[in-house]
Design a protein around this ligand. Sequence first.
Ligand SMILES: *Cc1c(COP(=O)(O)O)cnc(C)c1O
Length: 394
Amino acid sequence: MKHPVIDIEPTERLKKLPPYLFAEIDRVKRELIAKGKDIIDLGVGDPDIPTPDFIIEVLAKAAKDSANHRYALDQGMPEFRKAIAEWYRRRFNVHLDPNKEILPLIGSKEGIGHIPLALINPGDVALVPDPGYPVYKSGVWFAGGEVSLMPLLQENDFLVDLKAVEEDIPERTKFMFLNYPNNPTAVCAPKDFFKKTVSFAHTHRIIICHDAAYTEVCYDGYRPPSFLETDGAKEIGVEFHSLSKTFNMTGWRVGFVCGNEKVISLLAKVKSNLDSGIFQAIQLAAVEAFKHDETVVKDNVAVYQRRRDILVDGLNALGWNVPKPKATFYVWVPVPSGYTSQELASKLLKDGGLVVTPGNGFGANGEGYIRMSLTVNESRIKEAVARIKKLHEH
Ligand SMILES: *Cc1c(COP(=O)(O)O)cnc(C)c1O
């Protein structure tokens, strides 16, 4: 007997997601790999350096302790929240109450994706940078909200132009996503910009959700500030942070949000209905990570900085015009004239075996750029530069 067939249709919220822009690049990449071609992948934002051993050892030991096998506390282990508070004080001189102003997350993406459920009603608006991390938009849409894009333009050093936003701020705007050091443009925000943002938030009565995933991936002795260092920031905002990029722990899924107590309690309420905390063995390993942040960060950054210099100096020697990022493991490369972002990405892949991300994949204002990640080793970066040089010669 034939079973009745039901139509399984995507929901409106899923239909609202933009088409996947990298489908064609992914297809060509798979095809070339199948043909045995040597592909250098500068597309992904995922550290190639392994998690430090001392962190893995704590996990291994804690994993064997049956006390860690049960549901974890929704609000995270007190030890973990305390370690985060101590790190924020040491690193940023920001004081946080571990009981009320810190909430562990299953990776910061989890919190970024869920926070719109805590802050907006259907029809409310969120301000989102463009280009930007795609989760900002999808989280807002999933919550039934509207996205109002804030262009990040080179003429403004890729900082949000708050004056332009102010001139045309939609009614029912509830919050703004911000992200510095920025993915994908790799720029950092000066403290003065954060100051203006706090005052903007007070004037327009909106919440700021700052994504600080890359504050520890920074070069030439520069240390990016936390948004929460700004006077009055805690009254109007929260900051998302993560162990992923700082400690090479992307696969572990551990991050946190800190700052405004009320915002944090609302997100905690959403999460208590969706998840049941982070595996305690991972939280204990995270506590250990924060005790040794100085050494881990120093080693990582030295590796990325050498790669950055080889890539940027190499491209500039070919007449490209690539600024050296002060932070993040990305290089935001202006596309030489005669190409769109997609065309250059396709050419680099087909003729050079290099995967890069076309800037327009992060939003319309990313057109004219490609993003290259520093997450392959030095000899591969050298090889990538050599292949681009060869393309110039043909
Ligand atoms: C990598 C990244 C994150 C989040 O990483 P998690 O692994 O979920 O903590 C958040 N924001 C930006 C901009 C990122 O690039």
